[in-house]
Design a protein around this ligand. Structure first.
Ligand SMILES: CC(C)(COP(=O)(O)OP(=O)(O)OC[C@H]1O[C@@H](n2cnc3c(N)ncnc32)[C@H](O)[C@@H]1OP(=O)(O)O)[C@@H](O)C(=O)NCCC(=O)NCCS
Length: 146
């Protein structure tokens, strides 16, 4: 497996994974815009020449938000999600970002387990943050300063 920056030819595969993994998926156009957004940094996990997963972030000053992360269903539970988050936090901390924040559905056990394992802590809750279905979000934060 290699983890590398997202390139234009990844957009279609990421948009397909969005549809498979989320009830409110990002469009291909929104994903493509992240390639030119100077605040954005997206990584792809490539396995057997296939986009098996991705993570996207946006940074403002010294704080970053994880916008999205997903691993294709048939590639889950083999460390790819964890490797993507670790690669992202390595890059951000080297670029003077001190904290990474994210939202996650309160019912999303696998993702919450992964974030807890990686040292994220709950700092708040956003009621009714999600639609399809409507659900609260937990706000999680990881300190990146060494
Ligand atoms: C969340 C997601 C990205 C995890 O990716 P993954 O590659 O399967 O995760 P990893 O194999 O790296 O697992 C890392 C840790 O996460 C936890 N974890 C992952 N899947 C889990 C599951 N199904 N149940 C419980 N814990 C799980 C475990 O602690 C695991 O560590 P371990 O292998 O030592 O037990 C993946 O399940 C996914 O794409 N889900 C759908 C999209 C999504 O919900 N994204 C998050 C939006 S906030």
């Amino acid at each position: 497996m290699i983890i590398r920056k997202m390139i234009p030819s990844d957009v279609a595969a990421i948009a397909e994974l969005e549809k498979v993994c989320f009830s409110d998926p990002w469009s291909a156009d929104s994903i493509a815009y992240e390639l030119v957004n100077p605040l954005s940094y997206w990584l792809v996990a490539e396995l057997d020449g296939i986009v098996a997963g991705y993570v996207g972030s946006q940074s403002v000053l010294d704080a970053a938000d994880m916008m999205n992360i997903a691993v294709a269903p048939n590639y889950r539970k083999r460390g790819i999600g964890q490797a993507l988050v670790n690669a992202l936090t390595d890059y951000l901390s080297k670029n003077n970002v001190i904290a990474l924040l994210l939202e996650v559905r309160v019912s999303n056990g696998p993702a919450i387990s992964m974030y807890e394992k990686l040292g994220f802590q709950q700092v708040g809750k956003r009621p009714n943050y999600y639609r399809n279905p409507r659900e609260d979000a937990l706000i999680l934060r990881k300190e990146l300063r060494k």
